[in-house]
Design a protein around this ligand. Structure first.
Ligand code: NAG
Ligand code: NAG
Ligand code: NAG
Length: 273
């Protein structure tokens, strides 16, 4: 850990204080496809049964989430709430009938951190008025000359955003009821991200890195939620992990699973109608 801190302190040029996320606007495309994972009351002290993770509806019967979110769960114990920014009310609650974890998911390295939840019925879309997400391409986003990766000299433009019901910070204990967004995330070059994480984790080709801009960082509860290209509303990644120390949040990038990297597998597992 000491070595990591020394390594990151030399990169500590984005020393902005953390600020909090803002409530997700009703008209943001991600509001229509970000779902909350719920568990049965017996296994969860939170009155609203929040499983401390988000997910992304990609068809009327399928949700993408982080494999780590469901590592110790069974389908019977899980449901999702879709079509509502309030994780405790509204939209539709739909039970999960099957969990499919990526066959190459590795619970020690967190590589291929992705799972598909098959829903018992299509009520998320039919009753909950949720709209499935479209999967975007991270490599084509990076090919856009107006997108700047950080950190670097001069102003950084970024159109990425994260969505989730995660804690504001680690001093906080109550998860927010309403969906929050963290706009303006700055995409981070893969090699730079790998250098920064070097002593703790290997950053693989299945991972996309970002800095949390000047706003709230992703905390516990945000895992499984979408990394969105706000220009198009398409989903680029599924939130996977971040550093837990507040002071390091501006220097150690957050990491999402790249949907482009696992797209072939997703297309074979998702129930498309
Ligand atoms: C799942 O359970 C194992 C064994 O108790 C534990 O080591 C692991 O951290 C758990 N995984 C998650 C994601 O909670
Ligand atoms: C953590 O978030 C809560 C809001 O829920 C706020 O009241 C508190 O001041 C924050 N703590 C820190 C250390 O930022
Ligand atoms: C990264 O991967 C290499 C090769 O598998 C391994 O030797 C090393 O311990 C890994 N690093 C971390 C921090 O897990």
């Amino acid at each position: 850990m000491a070595a990591l801190i020394l390594a990151v302190l030399s990169l500590s040029t984005l020393g902005t204080a953390l600020r909090y996320g803002t409530e997700a606007p009703a008209n943001a495309p991600a509001t229509a496809y970000t779902v909350a994972l719920l568990t049965s009351a017996e296994t969860n002290p939170d009155a609203a049964n929040f499983a401390r993770c988000g997910g992304v509806l990609v068809s009327a019967r399928s949700v993408l989430t982080s494999a780590r979110c469901i590592e110790n769960s069974t389908a019977e114990a899980l449901s999702i709430r879709a079509g509502s920014r309030d994780r405790t009310a509204g939209g539709a609650v739909v039970p999960v009938s099957e969990i499919t974890v990526h066959p190459q998911y590795d619970s020690s390295t967190w590589d291929y951190d992705i799972a598909v939840l098959t829903l018992q019925d299509d009520a998320a879309v039919r009753v909950g008025h949720a709209t499935p997400a479209i999967i975007g391409s991270y490599s084509s986003l990076l090919a856009d000359p107006t997108i700047t990766e950080g950190p670097g000299a001069g102003p950084v433009s970024s159109t990425g955003a994260l969505y989730g019901w995660g804690l504001y910070n680690y001093s906080d204990t109550a998860f927010p009821s309403n969906l929050l967004t963290l706009p303006g995330v700055i995409f981070v070059r893969h090699d730079l991200c790998a250098d920064i994480w070097h002593y703790i984790r290997n950053i693989t080709d299945r991972m996309i890195c970002d800095y949390p801009g000047n706003e709230r960082a992703s905390w516990e509860g945000d895992r499984g939620g979408p990394l969105v290209d706000e220009r198009t509303g398409k989903v680029l990644g599924i939130m996977s992990f971040s550093i837990l120390e507040t002071d390091l949040h501006q220097v150690v990038p957050e990491v999402s699973t790249s949907l482009e990297a696992v797209r072939g597998w997703i297309e074979g597992v998702v129930m498309w109608d």
